[in-house]
Write a protein of this length. Structure first.
Length: 557
C-alpha cells in the first residue's frame, strides 16, 4: 500500500479525524473522488455541527462530479444526499428561510436523476433520495420509490412501515390493501422464540394493570392531549397504569405523565428482546400500542405478545396486521360492521367517539370572525404538510380562485421544505394567496385560529388534533367523508360536534359547502359563536363521560 494511503488508513482507524483532515488538505493537491469522500466522512465523524456538514457537502459533491460513473462517485453522491437531509433537519424553522440548507436539499434531485440513469436501481441511493422526498413533502415520489424497494425486496422494517403509513396520505390503496400489506409487514417481524423470552405470566393481579407504550409523550405532542384524558380520570381503585417510554429525551410533559402512572420506565435504550422481557415481568393485563406504524414504533414487541390482551389505539388509525393485536378502538362513524373483515383486530366501538381531547391548557377567549373586520375570507390548515396531496391542492386552489381576495394560512406541525408545495399551488395561479407560517409556541399557535374564518381539513388523511383545536377556538372545519378509519376521523369529530352540515360528500361538495359559508359573513360569525359556546358540552371534550365508557370496556375485556 502507498505510504500516504497507509497513513490515511491508520489515522481513520485511530479516529484521529482532525489529523486526517489536515493530512488530506496538505498532502493531496489533486484529490480523487475516493479522497474527497474520505475527507467529507472525516469531517462528519469529527463534528456534526453546521459548518462541518456544509464543508462535507462540498467534498461529497466534488467527489461525485469528478467521477460520475464510478462506484467512488456513487458513494460520494449517496453521502451528499444523506448529509443534505441531515443539514436541513439540523436547521431551525426560522433559519430555514434565510440559509442554504434548502438549496442543498433541492440540489439532490437533479443529481439523483442523473445518477439513476447511469447506475440504475441502487438500494442505498434510493434510500437516501426517499429521505429527501419525505422532507420536501413530495408524496408521489416518496411512495414511488418505497414501492420500488418493496418490489426489489429491499424494504427493511422501518421503511416497510413508512410505506404503509405514507399510503394513508393518498387514496391509492383500498382498506383491503392496508390489511394485505400490513400482514406482509407483520410476517417479516422477528419471532423472539430463540432469544429467551420470558413466559407470559397468567397470575391474576389485585388490580387491572394497563400498560401504554409510546415514543411521543413529550413536548406537548398532540397525542398527549388525548392520553391525558385517560390518565387523569383513571379509577385507581380498580386499575393501575404502567407507562413505557420509548423517547430518548424527556421533558416536563413527560414528567406530568410519569407522576400519573403507577410505574414508568424508559425503554428507548433497550433492545427489543430486553424491552419485551422487562414489560412481561410487570405482568400487564392489557397492553396498549399508541404508536402503530408511525415513525418510532416497536411493533415487534406486540407481535410477540406483551400481555394477555393487546389493544391498538390513538396513535395510528388503521389496522396493524398483527395476529396478536386483539383489539382496535374506534367508533361507529369510523368503521362500519360490514368492513370489519378488512382489519386484523376485533373492533371495539366506543359509544360516541374514539378519543376525547382534555382541553386547552389556558383560558379560551371568544373572538369574532376575522372577515367582519378584514372584509375578506381567511382559510387555514395547520395539518402537517404530508397531508396536503395533489387532490387537496386542487380543491383548495378551486376555492381560492372562486372566493375573491381570499387567503389560506398554512402551518405544518412537522418541519418540511415548502418548495414542492409552492410549485404545486403555483400551477393553479394561487400561490400569492398562500401564507406559510412557522411553528410557534403553543398559546401563540392557538391564537392563530383567531385569524382564520374557516379551517379546511385535509383528505383522505384528516386532521385530528388540529380539528379539535380549531373547534375549541370556535373555528368551523370543513371535512370530507372517507372510506376507512383514517379517512373518517374528521367526519366522526364533526358529527360529535353536532354540525353535520360541515361534512362534504365529495370534492365538489367540499368546494360548494366552503364557498357557500363565505357568502353570509354574519351567519359565519354566528356559527363561530355557536361552536365556541357549545363544543365543550359535546363528547369531544367530555373527559368524564369518555373515561367512564373507556374503562367500562376495559373491565369487560
Amino acid at each position: 500500500m502507498d505510504e500516504k494511503f497507509l497513513k490515511l488508513s491508520n489515522l481513520f482507524k485511530e479516529e484521529k479525524y482532525d489529523e486526517l483532515i489536515l493530512f488530506i488538505q496538505s498532502s493531496f493537491k489533486d484529490k480523487s473522488s475516493q479522497i474527497l469522500n474520505l475527507l467529507g466522512v472525516a469531517r462528519l465523524f469529527n463534528s456534526k455541527d453546521k459548518v462541518s456538514l456544509i464543508l462535507a457537502l462540498s467534498d461529497f459533491k466534488q467527489g461525485y462530479l469528478k467521477e460520475k460513473t464510478t462506484n467512488f462517485g456513487l458513494e460520494a453522491l449517496i453521502n451528499f444526499i444523506n448529509t443534505a437531509v441531515d443539514l436541513y433537519i439540523l436547521q431551525s424553522p426560522a433559519e430555514d428561510v434565510i440559509n442554504d440548507s434548502s438549496i442543498f436539499l433541492n440540489q439532490t434531485n437533479e443529481l439523483f436523476e442523473e445518477a439513476e440513469i447511469c447506475f440504475g436501481y441502487n438500494e442505498k441511493l434510493v434510500s437516501a433520495i426517499i429521505r429527501v422526498y419525505q422532507n420536501q413533502g413530495n408524496l408521489n415520489k416518496t411512495l414511488f420509490y418505497l414501492k420500488k424497494q418493496f418490489e426489489k425486496n429491499d424494504l427493511n422494517l422501518s421503511r416497510f412501515s413508512s410505506w404503509i403509513f405514507f399510503n394513508n396520505y393518498k387514496k391509492s390503496w383500498t382498506q383491503a390493501d392496508f390489511l394485505k400489506y400490513s400482514k406482509l409487514f407483520a410476517d417479516k417481524i422477528e419471532n423472539f422464540t430463540s432469544n429467551n423470552p420470558i413466559e407470559l405470566n397468567k397470575k391474576k393481579n389485585s388490580k387491572i394493570r394497563i400498560g401504554f407504550l409510546s415514543s411521543e409523550i413529550l413536548k406537548k405532542h398532540s397525542i398527549t392531549y388525548f392520553l391525558e384524558t385517560i390518565f387523569k380520570n383513571c379509577n385507581r381503585d380498580k386499575f393501575e397504569i404502567y407507562l413505557y417510554l420509548d423517547n430518548y429525551l424527556e421533558d416536563e410533559n413527560t414528567n406530568e405523565f410519569k407522576i400519573l402512572a403507577k410505574k414508568s420506565i424508559n425503554v428507548s435504550n433497550l433492545k427489543d428482546i430486553e424491552a419485551f422481557n422487562l414489560i412481561r415481568e410487570d405482568n400487564i393485563d392489557i397492553m396498549f400500542d399508541i404508536t402503530g406504524m408511525t415513525s418510532l414504533n416497536r411493533v415487534s414487541l406486540f407481535k410477540n405478545r406483551l400481555a394477555p390482551k393487546q389493544i391498538s389505539w390513538l396513535g395510528y388509525c388503521n389496522t396493524s396486521g398483527l395476529d396478536n393485536m386483539d383489539y382496535l378502538i374506534a367508533d361507529r362513524n369510523l368503521i362500519y360492521e360490514e368492513e370489519e373483515n378488512n382489519y386484523s383486530e376485533k373492533i371495539i366501538y366506543l359509544p360516541n367517539i374514539w378519543n376525547c381531547h382534555s382541553g386547552l391548557n389556558f383560558e379560551r377567549s371568544e373572538s369574532d370572525a376575522p372577515c367582519l373586520k378584514e372584509k375578506n375570507i381567511t382559510f387555514g390548515s395547520f395539518n402537517n404538510f404530508n397531508k396536503i396531496n395533489e387532490r387537496v391542492i386542487y380543491v383548495w386552489s378551486q376555492i381560492l380562485q372562486k372566493v375573491k381576495n381570499s387567503k389560506l394560512i398554512l402551518k405544518s406541525s412537522l418541519k418540511m421544505n415548502r418548495s414542492y408545495l409552492k410549485k404545486e399551488f403555483n400551477k393553479y395561479g394561487v400561490i400569492d394567496s398562500i401564507i406559510f407560517l412557522e411553528k410557534r409556541k403553543l398559546e401563540s399557535h392557538y391564537n392563530l385560529y383567531k385569524q382564520i374564518d374557516i379551517a379546511l381539513d385535509t383528505f383522505p388523511y384528516n386532521g385530528v388534533t388540529t380539528t379539535f383545536e380549531a373547534i375549541s377556538m370556535g373555528v368551523p372545519v370543513i371535512t370530507m367523508k372517507g372510506y376507512n378509519f383514517n379517512s373518517r376521523c374528521g367526519e366522526s369529530i364533526i358529527k360529535n360536534l353536532g354540525m353535520d352540515s360541515l361534512i362534504a360528500n365529495d370534492e365538489e361538495d367540499y368546494i360548494s359547502k366552503t364557498i357557500n359559508m363565505t357568502v353570509d359573513k354574519n351567519k359565519l360569525s354566528e356559527t363561530r359563536k355557536t361552536i365556541f359556546n357549545t363544543s365543550y358540552q359535546t363528547p369531544l371534550f367530555d373527559t368524564k363521560k369518555f373515561s367512564s365508557d373507556f374503562f367500562d370496556i376495559l373491565g369487560k375485556i
